[in-house]
Design a protein around this ligand. Structure first.
Ligand SMILES: [Zn+2]
Ligand SMILES: [Zn+2]
Length: 895
């Protein structure tokens, strides 16, 4: 299949369209009289009832669905309309997934409804779903069109993709005929699309790497694309294409657009945010000229600010519409700003509710960009609105569909408050730095931009905006922050390189999950310090837990790593031979400590969420023999009182007793029972998952995580206690908590105590009086130092005034010399004081002072013409070892 077809969209489009009867035609097209045409502008093939020579793409058709009398329907009511239709037609409705995509590690945010059901395992995409077919009100976040949001009338950074999905055709689900039948029915009977206006464009959909692809039909009406029906029919690997195992119907309805089309407003923003806009209109000072905005909005589809030259397009459009730039600035732009603020607030509310936070890196960077964009719009256009208030309105408006938003308003306000302060101080501190960068003009290098961003928090937009204000053009490369935006903080750590072909080995049997510490194993490979066994009790490094150590035969195990299904042991010493049977022994004490630290990490993670809030997600962990740490997301720094509460609460749980149970669960069951918080950093989503649960002795849940690590199940008492040693900011928005548990915790207390004891003995104080004693000693030391300094001053003054010194200098002055030499019988630091006093008094002289053991100093009075270093050189020649300048020099005389 497709032997001669290149895997790119253009070639596939040609291939599908050549065989359009197999890939695009449907029963409904025949029944309703849809015919196939080719667009004279873009060359695409499409289906319509009316004869026509252009398709309905927005770039060559004006919007023509605006209504004089708008239809009234809320966001939630519209969803009911949608889900009721599909429920009547055999679909089940399920709840939305989080907008933070914790089950797909390659993406920060949920960008499409189908993502809810995609599971990548060993590089292969599979699907998991709780109903078939189904519909889901999935909120998606996309940040590719930030500049357009608020302006074009149709772009959002968050939107609902009303997902309609059917899986496993032909065994289950349905395929093209049923999909288009439902599509046609819903659009014509419930959304108000006239069948003559309905156009289906033929296209191709593919994953970025063409691992999955298929034909798709886009439904257009009156210039607006309403929905794309994708038929995932093929999969490819290494260039060979085959039919997809269980074919998937993936229909992503642009819900905002449905609502827009149905209500007939001038912009999608009005359709979606109507109630909120009405509320704001009453209290805001913005001049709402809806007529003028409508005039502009009708054509705003022509503008795309992510494309070059868009400013010119905008200017020409204004000219065409006879909108003066003054009117545009005063009446249109503030409304665009308001719409952007409404969109951005909603996006942030969903993101923060689902556990994301604005930061400098990763997905958090996008959130900070839109947050700052919204804040600066509010300031610049004096919108007189507050983001927290708007978030409240969103939560109220959406409570029927997303009741969870209301629970997160307090957190939202906190985060916005802190971010606002941070933004203000960044702006203040960075003004000078920006000035310097602007001064140079031209293009700012990617490296410099990165540096400015990472160390000063100065975003590229801030630089170009400040420059533009001064009429200077600074080019900021568009890809400047790609690395930061994508970040590498969710990427797994690089595995140790290994020169060994592992493809012939079978899966290593993992005895460590049965807590085995010994085994008789067969050596499958041995050489260059690497050993592969048929089965192993050694836990390979993973999930932040270090590898087990121990012995294999006579060799010492120093590291263990897992490569796919094969476990490789790194050893020191005599390697056993291939085929040999060997005794494996795990270092029990080390294993025990690693397990203690791992379970304690879960406990602290749960406690952190309890104490500072459920926005605190685990970003990374490390469990070693003697210490451990956990990195958590937090919008503020961790204060001492937070740490105290976390420590108290975690130890409280331990003192009351905890129970750790580990079980394998179906992924769907685990997500359903414990929620998405099971994905705390290192759980790899797969069909069956190992779930580690911590409960108190009464059976109340403390923590549940998907985790492949080893835990002290049955030996919970060995954790004993936890002690937090300190915290630090790993990077913006992420705090590290260093701690110890079990024996290392006990050792920490013992060592601290013995330190304290020996200090108290040295200070000759009571054990708990050490602090007062130390403070007293410090105070004594300070007063002594003061007295010392005073004595030194007095002594220096006395020496300076003595006859042998002052007399000699008086003589030199009277002889009109420009330099003179004196002998000083004191320490070097006293000499410095003396020569200072003398130079001030005999300001026409450059004075040389010679000490008792060959030290020399020279200092120039402010009215002397002889340089200090010159005088010294002249006087001592090559004997002088030292240096200095014209005003002051010092050294010693070598005899
Ligand atoms: Zn076209
Ligand atoms: Zn874990």
């Amino acid at each position: 299949m497709f032997e001669k077809v290149a895997l790119d969209k253009e070639s596939l489009r040609k291939e599908f369209s050549k065989n359009y009867k197999d890939y695009y035609s449907t029963k409904l097209f025949d029944e309703m009289g849809f015919n196939r045409h080719t667009c004279r502008i873009c060359g695409r093939n499409f289906w319509s009832i009316n004869e026509r020579d252009t398709c309905e793409d927005a770039s060559h058709t004006e919007y023509s669905f605006f209504k004089a009398k708008k239809k009234d329907i809320s966001y939630t009511e519209m969803w009911k309309k949608f889900s009721n239709f599909f429920k009547k037609n055999g679909h089940e409705e399920i709840g939305r997934y989080p907008v933070v995509s914790r089950w797909r590690r390659d993406l920060f945010f949920t960008i499409a409804s189908i993502q809810d059901f995609q599971r990548i395992e060993n590089g292969i995409m599979g699907f998991e779903y709780s109903a078939n077919p189904l519909v889901v009100p999935q909120i998606c976040l996309r940040f590719g069109d930030i500049e357009n949001t608020g302006v074009t009338g149709r772009h959002f950074t968050s939107f609902m993709m009303a997902g309609q999905h059917a899986f496993e055709w032909p065994k289950k689900g349905y395929w093209r005929d049923r999909t288009i039948e439902l599509n046609y029915k819903f659009l014509t009977e419930h959304i108000g699309v006239k069948k003559e206006d309905l156009v289906y464009n033929e296209d191709v959909w593919a994953m970025g790497d063409f691992s999955e692809f298929g034909p798709c039909l886009e439904s257009f009406a009156n210039g607006l694309e309403l929905v794309n029906s994708v038929f995932t029919q093929f999969e490819s690997s290494n260039g060979s294409v085959k039919e997809f195992r269980g074919k998937v119907v993936d229909v992503g309805w642009g819900f905002e657009r449905l609502l827009w089309f149905y209500t007939g407003y001038d912009t999608a923003y009005e359709a979606v945010f109507k109630n909120i806009i009405n509320k704001i209109e009453k209290k805001s000072s913005i001049e709402f000229d809806k007529g003028m905005f409508a005039k502009f909005a009708k054509h705003s589809s022509e503008i795309d600010f992510t494309e070059k030259g868009s400013d010119k397009v905008e200017a020409e459009l204004l000219k065409k519409l006879r909108i003066s730039s003054d009117d545009y600035d005063k009446k249109v732009k503030p409304m665009q700003a308001l719409y952007a603020v409404l969109d951005h607030s909603r996006t942030l509310l969903f993101a923060i509710s689902d556990g994301a936070l604005p930061s400098n890196i990763g997905g958090g960077y996008n959130l900070r960009v839109i947050l700052r964009r919204a804040l600066s719009f509010i300031d610049e256009y004096r919108l007189g609105i507050d983001m927290s208030e708007i978030a409240e309105m969103h939560a109220e408006e959406l409570k029927g569909l997303y009741p969870e938003l209301k629970d997160n308003l307090e957190l939202f306000s906190k985060v916005i408050g802190i971010e606002r302060k941070r933004y203000a101080s960044t702006r203040e501190n960075s003004a000078k730095i920006i000035e310097r960068v602007i001064g140079k003009g031209g293009t700012v290098g990617v490296k410099e931009l990165r540096m400015l961003y990472e160390s000063n928090g100065i975003a590229p937009e801030m630089i170009s905006a400040a420059a533009a204000k001064k009429g200077i053009r600074i080019d900021v490369p568009r890809d400047a922050y790609e690395g930061i935006i994508k970040g590498d903080f969710t990427r797994e750590k690089e595995k140790k390189g290994i020169e060994l072909d592992l493809s012939d080995f079978k899966k290593t049997e993992q005895l460590y999950y049965k807590f085995a510490e010994k085994s008789d194993s067969k050596v499958l490979y041995s050489g260059k310090g690497h050993i592969v066994l048929d089965k192993t009790p050694f836990y390979p490094e993973g999930g932040g837990q270090e590898a087990d150590h121990g012995t294999i035969g006579g060799a010492k195990v120093v590291d263990v790593q897992k490569y796919g299904d094969v476990i490789v042991h790194f050893v020191d010493g005599k390697e056993p031979k291939k085929g040999e049977s060997v005794k494996c022994v795990v270092d029990h004490e080390r294993r025990q400590r690693l397990m203690v630290h791992h379970t304690a990490t879960h406990l602290i993670n749960a406690t952190v969420r309890k104490v500072i809030g459920k926005h605190a997600w685990q970003e990374g962990t490390r469990k070693e023999e003697d210490k451990a740490h956990i990195d958590i997301t937090h919008y503020d720094k961790l204060y001492d009182k937070d740490i105290e509460s976390i420590e108290d609460s975690a130890n409280g749980s331990l003192l009351n007793g905890i129970k750790v149970t580990i079980s394998d669960m179906d992924r769907g069951d685990a997500e359903g029972k414990y929620g998405f918080s099971i994905y705390q950093g290192h759980g790899v989503p797969s069909k069956r998952m190992r779930i580690v649960v911590i409960e108190d002795l009464a059976g109340s849940l403390i923590d549940a995580e998907a985790c492949g690590g080893l835990h002290v199940s049955g030996k919970e008492y060995s954790i004993g206690m936890v002690k937090i040693l300190g915290t630090s900011r790993v990077h913006d928005g992420v705090d590290r908590i260093d701690f110890v548990a079990g024996k290392p915790a006990l050792k920490h207390f013992q060592e601290s105590f013995s330190q304290l004891k020996s200090i108290s003995q040295s200070l000759n104080s009571e054990l708990y009086g050490t602090r007062a004693r130390a403070e007293q000693l410090l105070a004594d030391k300070l007063s002594l130092e003061k007295r010392n300094a005073k004595m030194l001053e007095d002594m220096a003054a006395a020496i300076a005034e003595s006859g042998s010194v002052a007399g000699a200098l008086d003589k030199a002055v009277s002889e009109k010399k420009d330099s003179a030499e004196v002998k000083l019988d004191c320490e070097k630091h006293t000499m410095r004081k003396v020569i200072g006093i003398l130079t001030a008094r005999f300001d026409k002289l450059t004075i040389i002072a010679v000490g008792r053991s060959g030290e020399v100093l020279a200092s120039r009075g402010k009215n002397s013409s002889a340089g200090a270093i010159d005088v010294l050189n002249k006087r001592f020649g090559k004997k002088l070892k030292g240096g200095g300048g014209r005003d002051y020099a010092e050294g010693r005389i070598e005899q």
